[in-house]
Design a protein around this ligand. Structure first.
Ligand code: PYL
Length: 284
């Protein structure tokens, strides 16, 4: 997981409405609809669960410490989704206690390794990397119409890329994958619908839908793009070269936190709804 810089996130709160419009233009849908699709449920079914949320966002000092503006950015995204939330004054364990004492039903916390939304009633949690993968995959699918029998080229098969692969396969797509880490590629060997490639060029040559989930800054160049190429790029830093981004911005879905955080909410609430339903059945 790449650690974000303040400069990556400082405009998130003021740009939320614009970001929403950009997503509408790019994919035909807003952030919550994309995130609900990532969770495999409708916005309507999630609505009551989202209304019942109260998220305590706890700044975490461990490791490299606080990122200025990180908690405020999370608060801005949740607020935009209509979710009741607050940032604790205290950090770490004291912050968790403060959140619970202030009625939090969920805790949002991130260190340098894990970024998680935890539901206190069910102990279920949503992981940022996995939800980011699903959220951007859903956005790419919406941008593209049906992905059935199409090839999606996936660069980077860490947790984000792998979550996206599962989404694409579930939609009947094939995936052409490349990662410079041979062990990660090896782990996908023999999986149905997965084509292992030996270079990024080989992977990109097989499809017109790209999923960029690496930590490199130049994996997709102008030469790899055309008017028919669609890209979802959750990777940080952005894996698309500046000139390719400038020319094909209308075909590229990219943000630093928004889709991932929205998908954490929807995935957690979808799982919670299923969990509660199952437990009610056992209780009755
Ligand atoms: C969760 C983001 C998505 C991409 N990279 C991840 C990242 O930057 N992780 C580090 C988050 C550290 C937050 C810090 C704070 O301000 O509470 N501990």
């Amino acid at each position: 997981m790449t650690r974000l810089l303040t400069s990556d996130i400082e405009k998130i709160v003021e740009r939320m409405a614009l970001h929403e419009k950009e997503l509408q233009v790019l994919t035909g849908n807003g952030m919550v609809t994309i995130a609900a699709d990532a969770a495999g449920v409708s916005v309507r079914s999630l609505f009551p669960w989202m209304q019942g949320m109260r998220v305590g966002i706890v700044p975490v000092t461990t490791g490299l410490g606080i990122i200025n503006g990180f908690s405020a950015a999370i608060e801005g995204i949740l607020d935009f989704m209509g979710i009741d939330c607050f940032v604790t004054e205290q950090t770490d364990v004291a912050g968790m206690i403060e959140a619970v004492n202030n009625g939090a039903q969920q805790l949002f916390m991130a260190d340098d390794v894990t970024c998680s939304l935890l539901d206190l009633k069910t102990s279920l949690s949503a992981d940022n990397s996995i939800c980011t993968g699903k959220g951007f995959a859903a956005a790419l699918a919406m941008k593209s119409g049906s992905l059935k029998d199409k090839v999606v080229s996936v660069l980077g098969v860490g947790p984000v890329g792998c979550a996206a692969i599962e989404y694409f396969l579930s939609k009947g797509a094939k995936v052409a994958v490349y990662d410079k880490d041979a062990d990660r590629l090896e782990a996908l060997q023999g999986k149905d619908g997965v084509i292992i490639c030996q270079s990024r060029h080989a992977a990109l040559a097989l499809g017109q839908h790209y999923f960029e989930a690496t930590t490199a800054s130049d994996t997709i160049t102008l030469a790899d793009m055309s008017a028919d190429t669609f890209v979802a790029a959750p990777g940080m830093p952005l894996g698309i070269t500046q000139e390719a981004f400038e020319q094909y911005q209308a075909n590229i879905i990219h943000d630093t936190l928004e889709i991932g955080v929205a998908s954490m909410v929807t995935c957690l609430m979808a799982e919670k709804a299923a969990f509660m339903q199952k437990h009610q059945q056992f209780a009755s």
